[in-house]
Design a protein around this ligand. Sequence first.
Ligand SMILES: [Zn+2]
Length: 148
Amino acid sequence: MSPKSYVITRAIVNRLKKENITFEFDELNGCISFNYNNKKFTMNVDNFPFQPPKLLEVDNKLIDYAKSSNGISNIIHDVFGLKCLCCISILCPYTWNLMNKFTDIVNEYEKFMNIINDAKNYKLLIENNVFCDLPLELVNKINSYLKV
Ligand SMILES: [Zn+2]
C-alpha cells in the first residue's frame, strides 16, 4: 500500500506568491513551510482556504494556544480582557475567514505570544506579592493599561 500523497492547489500557490512567501511543500503530510520573522512556520493546508490551516508549528514546535494559556487564562481574561485565545484565533474553524492571509496567521502568532509572555510576567508579579503592597487604586490603574 502506497501512502497517500498530498497535492498543493494552484489557489494556495497563487496566494503564497501574492504574499511574497517562498515556501516548500511536503507531499507526505500536506504541509507548507516558510520562513518569516526569522522563524520557520509549518502548517497543513489540506482543504485550504475552505478550512483554516491545521497543525501550526513554529520552529518545529506544535502550537496550541489553549495549552500555552494553561495557568494564565484567568489573567488573559480578567486583566487583558480577552476570551480564550484558541477560540478567538483566526485558526479556529468557527472564526476562520476565506480571505485570511498566511501573514495574518504569522501576525496573530506573534501577537498571541506577546500576550502569553505578558500574562506569565503578570503572574510572576502576583506570585511575588508585588501587588499586595500597592493600593488597590494603583493596581486597577496599572491593569487598565494592560487591556488589549
Ligand atoms: Zn478556546
